[in-house]
Design a protein around this ligand. Structure first.
Ligand SMILES: [Zn+2]
Ligand SMILES: [Zn+2]
Length: 98
């Protein structure tokens, strides 16, 4: 499932445009916006792809921590969950020493 960041509509993983506001979901889904924000944050040194316990095998195989340039795009291609991919991005922050 994708969520449009502009109008909060839920959309199937295979749609590339929001059916409600026609935003480009490759740029404006919640996942895409969150990834762009994390990539732009210099304190984020890497990004963890976090999947739920009930995620499909495809998603589970993608779970892990990635360099910013190599983070897989959500929703994960080939996800077989009935409601769509539920994976999320989590930042790995640089430690700030006092
Ligand atoms: Zn929308
Ligand atoms: Zn999946």
């Amino acid at each position: 499932m994708q969520v449009c960041s502009k109008c909060n509509s839920n959309t199937n993983d295979d749609e590339s445009l929001c059916p409600n506001c026609h935003a480009d979901l490759t740029k404006y889904s919640m996942s895409a916006v969150s990834l762009a924000t994390l990539k732009a944050n210099p304190r984020v040194k890497a990004i963890t792809l976090s999947v739920s316990n009930t995620a499909c095998p495809t998603c589970k195989s993608m779970q892990g921590t990635y360099e910013k340039e190599f983070v897989p795009i959500l929703p994960i291609h080939g996800c077989s969950e009935p409601l769509g991919c539920t994976s999320v991005y989590q930042p790995v922050l640089l430690e700030i020493f006092p």
